[in-house]
Design a protein around this ligand. Structure first.
Ligand code: SAM
Length: 195
């Protein structure tokens, strides 16, 4: 089993788009309690084993602590802080990233305008990181929320990636505003803005 049912959301997205392949370098943002990392790990292990040899690199980051998973590098910290993002870059050690997955969700205040701004900030940082570190064919899967600010996030994705698909996995409850944006193929700096 998985630490959280969240694993089934990533599984559905992976099965629809064939994103995860053994040997990749994957960054898992907002990774605690660790179900997405567990799923990634199984995809990178021969015969989907929960332990043993791992073919691929998983770097997970969260504000909260994370019970270790064999073969997963975990960094604790706030992705909004430059120092934390710098530690992540250091852990990559110059390797380009094949896939960034972000299930980061801010603590919500209940005030729609400020909640939308908090969500947007995390999505923007995930996009910025992806544009800097993804391979040309790499992808970002990022949690977003329908409602205030969502259309601006779709616009940001369209400016930033060659292919953009909004995805609502069945495992994400129908009535929840939660949804995901998939961006494939980061546009290089000079492409941004001319689609
Ligand atoms: N994908 C995870 C799993 O499968 O177990 C579940 C992620 S949970 C829905 C959202 C996570 O985002 C929380 O653990 C939270 O601590 C993290 N988070 C929110 N804001 C963050 C930030 N600024 N930096 C790092 N992590 C953050």
């Amino acid at each position: 089993g998985y630490r959280s049912r969240a694993a089934y959301k990533l599984k559905e997205i992976d099965e629809s788009f064939g994103l995860i392949k053994p040997g990749q370098v994957v960054v898992d943002l907002g990774a605690a309690p660790g179900a997405w990392s567990q799923y990634l790990r199984r995809r990178f292990a021969p015969e989907g084993a929960a332990a043993g040899e791992l073919h691929g690199t998983i770097i997970a980051l969260d504000l909260l602590d994370f019970e270790s998973i064999e073969g997963v590098t975990f960094l604790q910290g706030d992705f909004r802080e430059d120092e934390v993002a710098a530690r992540l870059v250091q852990a990559l050690d110059g390797r380009p990233v094949d896939l960034v997955v972000s299930d980061m969700a801010p603590n919500l205040s209940g005030i729609p305008v400020s909640d939308a701004a908090r969500v947007a900030h995390l999505v923007e940082l995930a996009v910025e990181f992806s544009l800097q570190h993804l391979r040309p064919e790499g992808a970002l899967v990022c949690k977003a929320f329908h409602g205030s600010g969502y259309s601006q996030l779709v616009k940001l994705f369209k400016e930033s990636f060659r292919i953009v698909k909004p995805v609502k996995p069945k495992a994400s409850r129908d009535k929840s505003a939660e949804t995901f944006l998939l961006g494939i193929g980061p546009k290089s700096g000079k492409d941004v803005g001319n689609d």
